[in-house]
Design a protein around this ligand. Structure first.
Ligand code: 6PG
Length: 475
């Protein structure tokens, strides 16, 4: 039998769709799943693509079915299952073969796996894949980390299956070892912030103005033709327009307000903190999901503190909508600035040399945060001026100057009305702190010196100083 070009382990929804995508692009793919029934079912459902799929009942058979040097994609649950699968693959693969972990791995696990496989003769690729089920099937955005020569061996297949933005493939080798999984994690962190800010605007329109889901859907639909044009805004409109087949009510009204999370948002925040980079909009988004999960406590708290009056923001609708659109845009700019700053810091810390404009470019299509806006980010990095922070790139200065007054207006009005807008408020606070040449940490330094003699710098002289507090003052 003709050998396969590539192998794939894990035929869950993402794995199956990726395998079909690989086959559709003219590649032969050998597949294996823990349960053989699933493999059989998958092959039976593959239609005309069956000819390019080689079903395997064992890992040994999978290794045998692929033409060397053998690349094997793992599309399985992140964590221990990946380690177990790698251990098994080490027994059946040989020098020059590669293992490609395409799950949402923690990049620290990827770093560890790299060092564990260093002397094995196998190459390892940590690959972030974004785009959900549809993306996997018809073109995801792919973020590759690993040895460059390992990437070269799989480049053709990955380019063939990736999303294309105006003909440009949304896949790139981003750097060694954990670079790909790190970038995917930050992609997801930004995704959390983006989604949370959209949800906050929905909350303002639902509880502050009293609009129905379909009316709010219409607002998002209109925004999707402008500066906010993006996949997440597009699906938000669709979600808000959908009806529950069971009750006939708007679907969104029938969904419990308790958000799940699998970890990538939290990892983004942990890594940002470890790198000493503020990612406050992402932090707020992760925290908002945690608060959302405390449904019972929130119900009790509402009984104690009372329900807020809805409709507090009804009034000049057109002006409010204009402010909301700009507020969301300003919040988005701050969140993306944070995400890219975290990546820049990680790039230095881990010696990855991450190509930030390329990252923005491969996110223009295929992934969950895809949008035109990412093209603007890529251009800003290319044009220069975004080295410290996207907020300093000339194009972004212009956009932010136009949009931040609306962010301020919306955060203020929502706060007065008691409507929670944590990600938007964090984005605003970040912006305001970032652009304030003289902040308030002089007082923090004085306090630190007062109680712990930590010392401070003076504005008028070099060196470390202590204040005139003396022991008498603390009495
Ligand atoms: C993507 C998504 C994908 C997945 C996340 C969702 O880029 O395709 O981000 O990776 O949907 O796992 O994460 P949560 O379950 O944490 O929301």
């Amino acid at each position: 039998m003709e050998k396969a070009d590539i192998g794939l382990i894990g035929l869950g929804v993402m794995g199956s769709n990726l395998a079909l995508n690989i086959a559709e692009q003219g590649n032969r793919v050998a597949v294996f799943n823990r349960t053989t029934e699933r493999t059989t079912e998958f092959v039976q459902s593959a239609g005309a693509l069956t000819d390019r799929i080689v079903p395997c009942e064992t890992i040994e058979a999978l290794a045998e079915a692929i033409r060397p040097p053998r690349p094997v994609i793992l599309m399985i649950k992140a964590g221990d299952p990946v380690d177990q699968q790698i251990a098994h693959l080490r027994e059946v693969l040989g020098k020059g073969d590669s293992i490609i972990d395409a799950g949402n791995a923690n990049f620290r696990d990827t770093l560890r796996r790299f060092s564990e496989l260093k002397d094995s003769g196998l190459t390892f690729i940590g690959m972030g894949v974004s785009g959900g089920e549809e993306g996997a099937r018809h073109g995801p955005s792919i973020m590759v980390g690993g040895a460059e020569n390992a990437w070269k061996r799989v480049e053709k297949v990955l380019v063939s299956i990736s999303a294309k933005f105006e003909g440009e493939p949304c896949v790139a080798w981003l750097g060694p070892d954990g670079a790909g999984h790190f970038v995917k994690t930050i992609h997801n962190g930004i995704e959390y912030a983006d989604m949370q800010m959209i949800a906050e605007i929905y909350g303002v329109l639902r509880d502050g103005v009293g609009l129905e889901p379909k009316e709010i859907g219409g607002v998002f639909g209109a925004w999707n033709t402008g500066r906010l044009n993006s996949y997440l805004i597009e699906i938000t409109e669709k979600v808000l327009m959908a009806q529950d087949p069971e009750t006939g009510n708007p679907m969104v009204d029938m969904i419990l307000d308790r958000a799940g999370q699998k970890g990538t948002g939290k990892w983004s925040v942990i890594e940002a903190q470890t790198l000493g980079i503020p990612a406050t909009a992402i932090e707020a988004a992760v925290a908002a999901r945690v608060v959302s999960s405390m449904k019972g406590e929130r119900e009790k708290a509402q009984e104690v503190y009372g329900k807020l009056d809805s409709g507090a923001l009804a009034g000049d609708r057109a002006a409010l909508l204009n402010h909301l659109e700009l507020a969301l845009f300003a919040g988005k700019i701050a969140a993306y600035a944070q995400g890219f700053t975290v990546m820049a810091a990680a790039s230095k810390e881990f010696g990855w040399n991450l190509p930030l404009p390329t990252i923005a470019k491969i996110w223009r299509a295929g992934c969950i945060i895809r949008s035109q806006f990412l093209g603007t980010i890529a251009e800003a990095f290319q044009a220069g001026g975004a080295e410290d922070n996207l907020l300093m790139a000339p194009a972004f200065v212009t956009m932010m100057k136009e949009a931040h007054p609306s962010l301020r207006h919306i955060v203020a009005r929502a706060s007065e009305a008691g409507l929670p807008v944590p990600a938007l408020a964090s984005a605003l606070a970040y912006f305001d702190s970032y652009r304030q040449a003289r902040g308030t940490s002089n007082l923090i330094q004085a306090q630190r010196d007062f109680f712990g003699a930590h010392g401070f710098e003076r504005i008028d002289a070099e060196g470390a100083y202590h204040g005139p507090w003396g022991s008498g003052l603390s009495a």
